[in-house]
Design a protein around this ligand. Structure first.
Ligand code: BTN
Length: 222
């Protein structure tokens, strides 16, 4: 695996996309990002003290297993938090929460070719020692805020990168889900309704108690 470290960059995901095809995995790390991107076209505040990385892999999985990339990233983050004494949980499909607030954002960008995920970029922004902006203080949290102490960024980064290389642990993913068995609000295609989350299927779709199966939707815990 090749590792590239930047003091400042617009977005590690953007940088990953500029790299040519290859065989070797690449990890791109930035101390801060000036144009960090979140999901749904949102920006992602990326101040010094957090970990901002992209993990670029080639032909890692078959298209039918694309969900495992999301699960792998969420599991890697939760295992990393656990290694530093913090109990995190996963909100389907791949948000990581601690104490009801988001501690990490994950943005997966895949390029498909035939039946394979030809290029996969797993972007992870983990709030470690970075300050949390006041405007998101009620929805976001950092490892430092949770524990009242600073964490050694290099050690957290090394643990996270190691965990990302482990085979996807779907049992752990389900175990750490914070929505299974809970009442949730589903926002889908402009509609909003209550449901009970029952099971995460092997392909990553969410089965509701009503029998409905969701492949993409925004869910929040009621
Ligand atoms: C989200 O929760 O909306 C996803 C946020 C993903 C942020 C990470 S930080 C590293 C990588 N580079 C980016 O520009 N975005 C991802």
């Amino acid at each position: 695996m090749k590792t590239l470290i930047f003091d400042e960059i617009d977005s590690t995901n953007n940088y990953a996309k500029t790299l040519p095809d290859g065989k070797e995995d690449v990890v791109i790390v930035a101390k801060r990002q000036t144009g960090g991107r979140g999901s749904k076209g949102r920006s992602f505040i990326s101040e010094t003290g957090g970990i901002y990385l992209s993990f670029l892999r080639f032909d890692a999985v078959k298209t039918e297993n694309a969900f495992s990339i999301m699960a792998n990233a969420a599991v890697a983050v939760v295992k990393t938090l656990a290694a530093f004494g913090i109990d995190g949980g996963i909100k389907w499909p791949n948000d990581v929460f601690v104490g009801g607030k988001k501690i990490c954002g994950i943005l997966i960008e895949n390029v498909f070719s035939g039946d394979t995920v030809h290029r996969s970029v797993t972007g992870i922004g983990l709030n470690v020692n970075n300050p949390i902006a006041a405007e998101i203080g009620d929805i976001a949290v950092s490892m430092k805020e949770i524990s009242g102490k600073e964490f050694p960024l290099k050690d957290v980064l090394a643990t996270l990168v190691y965990n990302l290389t482990l085979p996807t642990d779907m049992e752990y993913y389900a175990e750490k889900s914070i929505i299974l068995g809970k009442e949730i609000t589903v926002v889908k295609d402009g509609a909003e309704y209550y449901a009970v989350a029952e099971e995460i299927l092997g392909d990553g779709r969410l089965k509701l108690k009503s029998g409905e199966i969701l492949s993409a939707a925004e869910v929040t815990i009621k």
